[in-house]
Design a protein around this ligand. Structure first.
Ligand SMILES: *Cc1c(COP(=O)(O)O)cnc(C)c1O
Length: 364
């Protein structure tokens, strides 16, 4: 716990936000920038909101080095809505698209894609129980494919793509919900990136979509207005009321990230935090186990097991007493999971690593 009584928050999502952002929010919630009203009370058709909206879009473009020909959209519906919107917008009638099946989230994306047309599997991690990823260069996609979909970080299984497949002229589409803004990415290699905000970008309610001009052309004309990327691109994501609260907090988070030194600095810190926990696992003489193949280990979600379910329960109970929240693993995989998103300070990872060492020494 820190001096303000805040606990170390390891929840997988929604998740911890940077304290300076929460402090600024507190200061501005009643009266934003001396305008006499809160940002979240301003009309999305007015200049006050629009300036902040555009500034937030540009900050995101700048931090992620998104090429000029890409449009950035602010939508609602979570990453889950994108599971359906991506195939509806990008796949022609009867055309196939390709998916890499690497865990719980890509499984959901795949299931929704199947509802509206043919899908092929470019990789199936089911036999290995989703604990490893293929070498990027080994993923091959037929050139008639509408797109290749991957989940850059599987939040539940704790595996993360470090390099991305090269699929020639087939656009690469990525669900980056749980690692966007956590590291540098080759944004120019993706035709479409989508991410729910509630892990690294801000509060729940905002979904970011980054789409190339070429893919924007593909939206069929018979989609409901909200379901078409073209609608949102033409209206600068102001076709309907955007999630104004989430957008304004994301704006504060992006400024904070920029002040930290942008993605190179954030990436370094995230590697350090994850390194502390993986060291605690690997250096425990087998007391803790990571089920994940080493090269695929996620820097965002560290999944680990203890020698027994009883010890796992005891560990989680102790961690809660020590002011650490959210370390119980997802119900589908069991064990423990530490989510180490951008908002988690280094002290949080240090406290967890220390508890792990101490617990192992007493119970090993
Ligand atoms: C959290 C998460 C989702 C789901 O996001 P919602 O905003 O709840 O729809 C999808 N994909 C990944 C990788 C996630 O981590």
């Amino acid at each position: 716990m820190n001096t303000m009584g805040r606990k170390h928050n390891f929840f997988a999502g929604p998740s911890t936000l940077p304290v300076p952002v929460l402090e600024q929010l507190k200061a501005e919630i009643v009266d934003t920038q001396g305008k006499g009203l809160s940002m979240i009370e301003a009309s999305h058709r007015g200049g006050m909101y629009e300036a902040m909206h555009n500034e937030t879009l540009e900050l995101l473009r700048d931090l992620l080095a998104v090429p000029k020909d890409r449009r950035i959209l602010f939508l609602g519906g979570g990453a889950t809505l994108q599971f359906g919107m991506v195939p509806m917008n990008l796949r022609a009638l009867g055309q196939s698209c390709d998916y890499t099946l690497t865990g719980a989230w890509s499984k959901k994306a795949l299931a929704d894609a199947k509802l509206s047309g043919p899908v092929r599997l470019a990789y199936d991690g089911t036999p290995g129980n989703f604990t490893a990823l293929p070498a990027a260069a080994s993923v091959k996609v037929p050139q008639d494919s509408a797109y290749l979909h991957l989940t850059s970080n599987e939040t539940i299984g704790g595996i993360q793509w470090k390099e991305f497949p090269d699929c020639g002229s087939v656009p690469l589409v990525a669900d980056m919900s749980s690692d966007i803004l956590s590291r540098r990415i080759p944004a120019e290699r993706f035709g479409l990136i989508y991410a729910g905000a509630q892990k690294n970008l801000g509060p729940a309610g905002l979904t970011v979509v980054i789409i190339s001009g070429e893919l924007l052309e593909r939206s069929p004309k018979n989609l409901a207005a909200y379901l078409s990327y073209q609608t949102h691109a033409e209206e600068n994501s102001l076709y309907n009321t955007p999630p104004v609260f989430a957008v304004s907090v994301a704006g504060l988070v992006l400024k904070w990230v920029k002040a930290q030194g942008g993605l190179p600095a954030v990436e370094k810190l995230n590697a350090e935090k994850a390194g502390l926990i993986y060291q605690a696992i690997d250096g425990s003489g087998g007391f803790y186990r990571s089920p994940v193949d080493k090269p695929a280990r996620s820097t965002m979600n560290v999944v680990f097991r203890l020698p027994s379910e009883e010890l796992e329960k005891a560990f989680v109970a102790e961690s809660e007493k020590a002011g650490m929240l959210g370390l119980k693993g997802h119900r589908s995989v069991g064990g423990c999971r530490a989510s180490l998103y951008n908002g988690l300070p280094l002290e949080g990872a240090k406290a967890l690593a220390a508890l792990m060492k101490d617990f192992a020494a007493r119970n090993g």
